[in-house]
Design a protein around this ligand. Structure first.
Ligand code: FCA
Length: 333
């Protein structure tokens, strides 16, 4: 800011560069501050979102304030802090979509333009708050992609669906999570998985540890089942199911788990010398969710250009042997 102001001042004094500085939006960019609040800052997906939002900030010259907010109270104070710091826009992935009306009110009271990313706010009736600008993943379609990948591999390994157990790592308070796992399970059922072979493993939080705990209960109750598949809302939840199969002694060749995400959690698993039950992941784009949301917010604040109300992004399946190429193709190396 100081530099730009100084440059503008210098422009006035010399009369030559002034027009160039004043005419470029860079003169305003330095004054624009945008918050990027995420529910789980330790999760690689969110770190990648931040990383790409930072790229937008550098490119445009605005200030990005990154805040982790794991519960409702932290969300409230994040919104207050942002306003106190002079931010005028915030992009948020909330820890709880039911905080929706409260978040809208708080953002409004603080003069913050609001966009949500990944998890869409809902009202008291559980329906999405459609007036809030949102970028999410096309959850059902991506879930179906998971289901197709698992089904093909089940066929390839010659398993009989009758003998396959499916761990449904669930986080049903989050609509996108329901859409993702239901999309996957619909395809598995279409291909022959009996409904009775689906076991819910409700996780208390969307991380690996919670999924491991929930999945262990399912496996212990169903020790007679030989072949397992696992679905969940993200890589972490599916990895929890895989860790659980390992801990109860199911050999990795008897497990087919496919996640959603494609960030470091998945990559580190693919880098292991021996294949685990984590067969693949549908890679989604932290670049679109980080860079593009930040660019959209910037355009809204700097040029008054309101973003599309709803953007749903796609995913692409990647396996152990081609994940690097897929990431490259998506521009997210
Ligand atoms: C949700 C999940 C994250 C990520 C994101 C796109 O927020 O919790 O892991 O999948 O959607």
């Amino acid at each position: 800011m100081h530099f730009l102001k100084a440059a503008a001042l210098a422009g006035i004094m010399t009369g030559t560069v002034y027009a160039a500085v004043a005419g470029s939006s860079a003169a305003y960019a330095a004054d624009i501050k945008i918050g990027f609040v995420v529910k789980q800052p330790e999760e690689p997906w969110f770190q990648d979102e931040w990383k790409f939002a930072d790229v937008a900030a550098k490119e445009k010259g605005f200030t990005l304030v990154k805040i982790g907010a794991e519960d409702g109270e932290k969300v409230q104070s994040a919104l207050d802090n942002l306003a106190a710091q002079g931010a005028t826009g915030v992009i948020i992935c909330t820890p709880d979509v039911k905080l929706g009306p409260g978040i809208i009110a708080k953002a409004e009271a603080n003069g913050l333009k609001l966009m949500t990313v990944d998890d869409r706010l809902v009202g008291a009736d559980g329906q999405p708050l459609e007036d809030v600008v949102h970028m999410g993943i096309s959850a059902t379609k991506i879930g179906e992609e998971v289901g197709r990948a698992i089904s093909e591999e089940v066929k390839k390994r010659g398993w009989d669906w009758k003998d396959v157990g499916a761990i449904r790592v669930s986080y049903d308070q989050l609509p996108t999570a329901v859409d993702r796992v239901e999309g996957a399970l619909s395809v598995l059922k279409e291909n022959g998985l009996p409904e009775a072979n689906i076991f819910a493993a409700p996780q208390a939080k969307t991380d690996t540890e919670a999924a491991l705990n929930a999945s262990t209960v399912v496996l212990n109750k169903n020790a007679g089942i030989k072949h397992w598949v696992a679905v969940g809302l993200n890589d972490e939840s599916v990895l929890g199911a895989v860790r659980a199969t390992e801990s109860v002694g199911v050999p990795s060749e008897n497990v087919i788990a496919v996640g959603i995400g494609g960030a470091d959690s998945a990559i580190n698993e693919f880098k292991k010398p021996n294949a685990t039950g984590f067969y693949g992941t549908v890679i989604i784009s932290p670049k679109r969710h980080g860079y593009e949301t930040a660019m959209n917010m910037y355009a809204w604040l700097a040029d008054g250009k309101e973003p599309e109300k709803l953007t749903l992004t796609s995913g692409q399946l990647a396996l152990r042997d081609n994940y690097a190429a897929v990431r490259k193709e998506l521009g997210i190396e």
